[in-house]
Design a protein around this ligand. Structure first.
Ligand SMILES: Cc1cc2nc3c(=O)[nH]c(=O)nc-3n(C[C@H](O)[C@H](O)[C@H](O)COP(=O)(O)OP(=O)(O)OC[C@H]3O[C@@H](n4cnc5c(N)ncnc54)[C@H](O)[C@@H]3O)c2cc1C
Length: 377
């Protein structure tokens, strides 16, 4: 065991996966976070509000994004099929299923990333209809998966403290105040998502929310994930952004628990926390158009188009979340060293700004940032 401590600020999917990989690398790790898994859902805690499925947005030439997304897929696939000791509860919160991607506009096609996933095929390749592909993918029951990460982190000896800090320095000084001198804090990893706008020693003004609204259904008979992409995925969503999650999409995400998440919306720079009934109605109309079997009243032998109110009896919740977007994309790098009041210096690393891809990139990004920490020892 190393004699040095790393402080991780944030306990979303990014902070928790990073903290586990740091412990496995031999560090003593303390997580400081305001929101923890199991709390009531809040839009600022994106990991609990997410869909969530593994459905990469990586552009064909985006080597890093392709790498972290594929690595995460492989880790999660392993947690289902061959879990390492301690990973069983994570595997139990994941679901493997057929995913079908529909492209609404003529000329739009799939990204190359999907071709490396199990069972990839182009559907109806000879027809003149719009493009469709299918493959096997994964979905996540978000809160149970995050709780499983916390349990594994603590079982490995990690410490988790609920605390809101105004700076990374405050987190480091707080942890330094209670750990033995020999375990001196060597580095801090910032995994605060949108919190990076407000931390005094980060103040990343290039961060912005991309609001998403989803409707949670109780529909255990749905066994397939579907997404319809309208417009180019490669299009940039705002001036200055690099694109990669462009256009708009409708998605249906069946979870292992039998819940089905329907969405989606992407409202750039919208901080409204309240679900809008008109948006919920629009989501239901789009989802039923893509997957009429969502309606409990749907009969295959008599396929009358279902109505949005048919879903009323199975709606569990409306949820709003803020995707932590960043104008120049993900920040996965070392920052400037931090000077403490006793003249010691602490290394600073960042792993935030994953926008709508934090779940599917989580393990890959954790391993990238831990490789940086280890290299800088
Ligand atoms: C509607 C919706 C659907 C989505 N669907 C998908 C999907 O299908 N697939 C996918 O991969 N991704 C999806 N995402 C995106 C994904 O949820 C995010 O990219 C990911 O959750 C970001 O994780 P994070 O850990 O960086 O941030 P968060 O989950 O927001 O966690 C941030 C952590 O930092 C802590 N923190 C912040 N500031 C402070 C402070 N000052 N002091 C102490 N602690 C602080 C918070 O309390 C929290 O613990 C979706 C998001 C939304 C909203």
């Amino acid at each position: 065991m190393s004699s040095s401590t790393i402080v991780v600020v944030g306990a979303g999917v990014i902070g928790l996966t990073t903290a586990i990989r740091l412990i496995e690398a031999g560090y003593h790790v303390v997580i400081i976070a305001k929101d923890l898994p199991g709390d009531a859902l809040t839009p600022m805690y994106a990991s609990t509000a997410a869909g969530a499925h593994h459905l990469s947005f990586a552009a064909d030439d985006d080597v890093l994004q392709r790498k972290v997304d594929k690595r995460t897929f492989d880790v999660m696939w392993g947690q289902i099929h061959n879990p390492a000791p301690g990973e069983e509860a994570e595997g139990a919160a994941l679901r493997k299923l057929t995913q079908v991607e529909f492209y609404a506009e003529p000329g739009e096609k799939h990204i190359q990333f999907f071709e490396q996933l199990p069972d990839f095929r182009v559907l109806d390749p000879t027809s003149n209809a719009n493009w469709k592909v299918s493959f096997t993918s994964l979905t996540m029951d978000t809160t149970p998966y995050l709780q499983a990460l916390v349990a594994r982190f603590e079982a490995l000896g990690g410490e988790l403290v609920r605390k809101s800090v105004s700076s990374l320095k405050e987190a480091v000084e707080f942890v330094s105040s209670f750990i033995p001198h020999l375990d001196a804090v060597e580095a801090v990893v910032n995994c605060t998502g949108l919190g990076s706008i407000y931390l005094e020693d980060v103040k990343d003004t290039t961060m912005y929310p991309v609001r998403g609204h989803v409707v949670v259904l109780d529909a255990p008979w749905i066994n397939e994930g579907r997404t319809r992409q309208v417009g180019s995925l490669a299009a940039a969503e705002s001036a200055g952004s690099r694109g990669g999650e462009g256009g708009s999409r409708t998605y249906i995400i069946p979870r292992k628990s039998g819940q089905v998440i329907i969405g989606g919306t992407r409202e750039v720079n919208d901080w409204s926390e309240i679900p809008d009934p008109a948006t919920a109605l629009d989501i239901k109309i789009r989802a039923l158009d893509l997957f009429p079997e969502l309606s409990p009243k749907y009969e295959a032998a008599n396929p009358v188009p279902p109505k949005p109110e048919d879903l009323d009896s199975i709606v569990l919740a409306d949820v709003v979340g803020f995707r932590p977007a960043r104008r120049d994309g993900l920040r996965l790098s070392q920052g400037e060293d931090m000077a403490l009041h006793d003249a010691r210096s602490v290394k600073v690393f960042h792993n935030y700004g994953h926008s709508g891809a934090g779940w599917q990139a989580s393990w890959g990004c954790a391993e990238e940032v831990v490789a940086l920490v280890v290299r800088k020892r």
